[in-house]
Each structure stands twice: as C-alpha cells, then as structure tokens.
Write a protein that binds this ligand. Structure first.
Ligand code: PLP
Length: 247
C-alpha cells in the first residue's frame, strides 16, 4: 500500500485544503492520511476566518501516523505560523521523509491571508530547502522572491531565484496568466515549460492544492518529477472540466 500524508488546512466546503488533497491522493491509488494545521471557515467564494492549530497539536497528529505507516510522500499546504512550520521541518528532518511537495500557501485567491508575513519568510528559509519541489503560484512567487511575476519571462526568473535559494526544484504555476496556464519548472538540470490551456468559466478554487497533492501521489508511485507534473496537470484539468460541466 502506498501511503501519503497531507499536512494542510481544512476547507469545510471541500474545494481546497486536505479534503481536495485526499481526493487527489485517491485518484492516483495512494492511501491518504492527514494532519490539520488550521480549521478555516470558508466556501468556494470567500474565506471568513481561520482557527490555527497549536504546533504541539499538529505534531500530535503526525507522529502516530509515521509510527504506523511508511510514508511514501508528503504534501505540505497551509502552515499558518512559525511554530507549525518549525514542527513540520523538524519532523521531516528527523524521520527523513521522502518526496516532500511544498505548496507555499500564503493568501487565498479571494484575498484572505492564510499565514502571517513573518511566517512566509520562515517558510522560505526553513522549509523550502527540505522540499523536493516547491509549487508557488505567481502571487506567492512574488512574495517569496520580492520580484514582479506577471508573465512567462518573470516566472522563469522567479523560479530560478527560488531554486537557487532553496536548492530544491520549483514549479511556478501560471494559472493566472491571461493567455495560457503554462507552468515553469526550474530544476538543477534547467528550465522546462508545461503548457496548459485556460479553462474559461471554471471555478479554480483549490486547483493549487489538487496539483501539489497529485504530484506527491505520482512521486509516491515512483514517477519522475516531469512525468508526475504532467499527470497532475491532466488530473487538475479533468476536475475543472467536470466541475464546469456539472455547474
Ligand atoms: N483554504 C485552504 C485550507 C487552502 O489550503 C487554500 C489554498 O491552498 C485556500 C483556502 C485557498 O484556495 P484558493 O486560493 O484556491 O481559493
């Protein structure tokens, strides 16, 4: 049995956070486990609030899972405070957890700050170097680099800067690009583009959560990074088409 864990926030409306992550794990044959870092209050349009969990509560959720299962991948989403970031970094280091996919969740599309700014800096310093791949969207790439990230060229510059700072692979997601949804991957080998088509009129809430979890599930099955990203993008597109057809 391939087991993965998501360490992320709960979106009770199911579009983002751990509920979306678990569905993505399952779609790729991974048994999903989860630790909740924050209980948010939201629906698919708006975040109303967030009740962050204390760091020791986050640790208490993860340790027994690690004790029982041999985890094949770790998806990290919303880590709201410095203390929670430190606990997660410490657990990854001490247990040598494999296939760490870090989605640096900072702010919701609707504009709600999901972590505080000093925590965003700490996430970059402490956790990015422990990740195999970091998956910021364009807004998150701007906050993490201090660069302007509005087009493909700027995405490439930000991806390279983050890769060099963290020495991990970086996928800057172009879902907010007007003309396409192309993503930029920077690894030690260089830059690779993943072309995507914008799916107009779809509700994109939670697409970042699904993508990073689908990448983690594919890495857990032994796929190479580029193939894991391709398969994850296909999965996210198929969920967007399905949601659009059903709405
Ligand atoms: N809520 C939680 C728990 C999340 O993890 C995220 C994003 O990763 C969001 C909300 C925001 O989702 P979106 O910006 O896609 O609406």
């Amino acid at each position: 049995m391939r087991v993965a864990i998501t360490i992320a926030g709960l979106d009770p409306s199911g579009g983002a956070g751990i509920l979306a992550d678990l569905r993505a794990f399952e779609a790729f044959g991974c048994f999903g486990t989860a630790a909740i870092t924050s209980l948010t209050s939201q629906n698919t349009h708006k975040v109303y609030g967030a009740y962050h969990q204390p760091a020791d509560v986050v640790r208490a959720q993860i340790e027994p899972v690690i004790e029982e299962f041999e985890l094949r991948a770790v998806k990290i989403g919303m880590l709201p405070t410095r203390e929670v970031i430190e606990v997660v970094a410490d657990i990854i280091e001490r247990h040598g957890l494999p296939n760490v996919v870090l989605d640096p969740v900072i702010r919701s599309t609707s504009g709600f700050d999901l972590i505080d700014r000093s925590a965003a800096r700490y996430l970059a310093e402490r956790l990015m170097p422990l990740a195999d791949i970091v998956t910021p969207n364009m807004a998150e790439a701007e906050i993490l680099t201090g660069l302007k990230v509005t087009n493909l060229e700027e995405m490439q510059r930000a991806a390279v800067q983050l890769r060099d700072a963290a020495r991990s692979s970086v996928l800057v997601k172009g879902g907010h690009l007007l003309e396409s949804a192309t993503d930029v991957l920077a690894t030690r080998e260089g830059i690779q583009l993943f072309e995507g088509k914008r799916i107009e009129g779809s509700n994109t809430h939670g697409t970042g959560c699904k993508l990073s979890s689908a990448i983690a599930a594919n890495l857990a099955s032994g796929e190479q990074l580029a193939r894991a990203i391709e398969r994850a993008k296909e999965y996210v597109s198929s969920t967007l088409y399905r949601l659009k057809a059903e709405s």
